[in-house]
Structure formats: C-alpha cells, structure tokens
Design a binder for this molecule. Structure first.
Ligand code: NAD
Length: 255
C-alpha cells in the first residue's frame, strides 16, 4: 500500500522530465494516486507527451493559471477524469528576464506584475478553482525558493516568492475550515527550465552544496518531490500554512 492509495491528485507544472512536477507526478503514481496534469498554450502537447512517459499515462487538462476562463472551466475538466480531488500541486513560476539577473532597481511594474500574477497570486487562483473539487478536504502544496532573504540575481522573483509564501498562509487560513491544508516546500536550487531562465542562476547554485550540511545535488528533483508527496498524504494531518525546507540544511546555517 502506498501513502496516496486511492487519492486523486492534480499536478500543475510538468514541462520536461526535469521539472520538479514530473517527479512529483511519478512518485504520486508510485504511491497509489491517480494523477491528472495541467498544460497550457504552446507547450500543452509537450505536457501530454510527458504524461505518456509516466508509469501510468496521465490525462492533461488545460490551465493557464492567469486565464479566468480556464480557471472557471477547471472543475468540469477535471471531473471528466476523476469525481473529486484529494490533492493539488502548484508547481508554477515565471518572471520576465528583465526583472531578474541583477536588474532589481531597473525593473518596471508591468514586468513585475507578470511575475507576481503568475508566481504568487496564482496560488490563490488555483486554490479557489479547485476547492469545489476537494470535497473530502485535502492538501494543496506549492514550491518556493525561500522568500525571506535577498538572494543574488533572484530579484523580483524573490519578491514574488515572498508574496507566494504569504498567500500560502492566507489560503491555509481561509480553506482550513473545509479541511483543506495548504503548505509550501522551499527547495534548494535545481537545474530545471525555469531555473535556467534566471540570468546568473549559477551564482545561486554554485556554493549551495558546500554550504549544505547534508550536501545538495542540483540535478536531483527527487528529494523535493518526496517532500511534496509526503505533504499530499495523510501523514501531515495537522500542518498548514507551513514552509518546509528541502535544501540540504542551508536555511539553518549562519553562512
Ligand atoms: P519548470 O520550468 O519545469 O516548471 C515551471 C512550470 O510553470 C512550467 O511547467 C510552466 O509551464 C509553468 N507555468 C508558467 N507559467 C504558467 C501559467 N501562466 N499557467 C500555468 N503554468 C505555468 O521549473 P521548476 O523548477 O520545476 O519549477 C516549478 C516550481 O518550483 C516553480 O514555482 C519554481 O519557482 C519552484 N522552485 C524551483 C527551484 C529551482 O531551483 N528549480 C527552487 C525552488 C522552487
């Protein structure tokens, strides 16, 4: 018996086999869940082909998390495959390159707004859209990069992540009475497509493994995905509004 036996999980953010969400989807299936993926726009077909590479082929529904029509249509689209959900994974992040890479002071609001919309507000939007499907309560899990600090080159994405972490606490407050938990995993740097899009990402990543008491492999998504899977299970029944670090221990070190 897996820890997600009989559960239905919606996983956003599968773009490549290197996506954190791909490993989450794989582990969810391994632990007994039925997984539905979301995909969008030009990359929808790529997500469909990723869905076929999972241990069990996964259906894909359309979701651009900034599109109100997609959000409104999401419950019916999901119900075509499963009657309800037990878990939702928010693995979505984007910021224009103009607001990262050391351009903090030069950034303009329209680009910052895009980052905040897709990377922070979207957790509320996704939670609101899926709450009617979480009829037995459930677990929403997001991915962050510790927004308490000013990092090299992360710039406005760091601000968006700080907002994302605050949204996590408010979603936990407002959906808790329906038995819905909401938590985020703060992962160390991993060389995914989103990470490669950050100009100067290597400045964030290069010293991480030296600073981490447990070491850190920035090619490995499994440690992060395992923590997401655990939060989706019934083994964190009284935890919500939390940020759990999966970073090799860097967050706890002085330098
Ligand atoms: P990724 O590029 O594989 O995934 C990012 C996903 O966001 C893609 O699937 C993309 O399609 C999706 N996305 C972008 N705009 C969207 C929109 N409007 N609607 C719906 N989906 C949209 O990269 P990843 O590193 O696996 O990123 C997943 C999450 O993990 C992100 O929130 C990221 O910030 C977070 N994270 C990543 C790292 C890292 O170092 N890679 C570290 C900590 C946290």
């Amino acid at each position: 018996m897996g820890i997600l036996e009989g559960k239905n999980i919606l996983v956003t953010g599968v773009l490549t086999e290197g996506s954190i969400a791909f490993e989450v989807a794989r582990l969810c299936q391994e632990q007994g869940a039925t997984v539905i993926l979301t995909g969008l726009g030009r990359t929808f077909k790529i997500t469909q082909s990723m869905g076929r590479r999972l241990p069990a082929p996964a259906e894909v529904v359309e979701l651009d998390v900034t599109d109100p029509e997609h959000l409104a249509a999401l419950p019916d689209a999901v119900r075509q495959h499963v009657p309800h959900l037990d878990g939702v994974v928010h693995s979505i992040g984007f910021a224009p390159q103009s607001v990262m890479g050391g351009n903090f002071m030069a950034a303009e609001w329209d680009d910052v707004a895009t980052a905040v919309h897709i990377s922070a507000y979207s957790l509320k939007a996704l939670a609101q859209a899926t709450a009617p499907l979480l009829t037995h309560g459930g677990s929403i899990v997001g991915l962050t990069f510790d927004g308490r600090f000013a990092w090299p080159v992360y710039d406005w994405m760091g601000v968006a992540k700080a907002a994302f972490e605050a949204v996590n606490r408010y979603v936990a407050r407002d959906l808790g009475p329906q038995g819905i938990r909401c938590n985020v995993i703060s992962a160390g740097p991993i060389k995914t497509t989103a990470a490669r899009h950050i100009p100067g990402f290597d400045q964030m990543e290069s010293k991480w493994s030296e600073r981490a008491p447990l070491g850190w492999d920035s090619d490995a998504t499994e440690p992060t995905a395992r923590a997401v899977t655990a939060l989706l299970s019934d083994w964190f029944p009284a935890t919500t509004g939390e940020m759990i670090h999966v970073d090799g221990g860097v967050h706890a070190m002085g330098q």
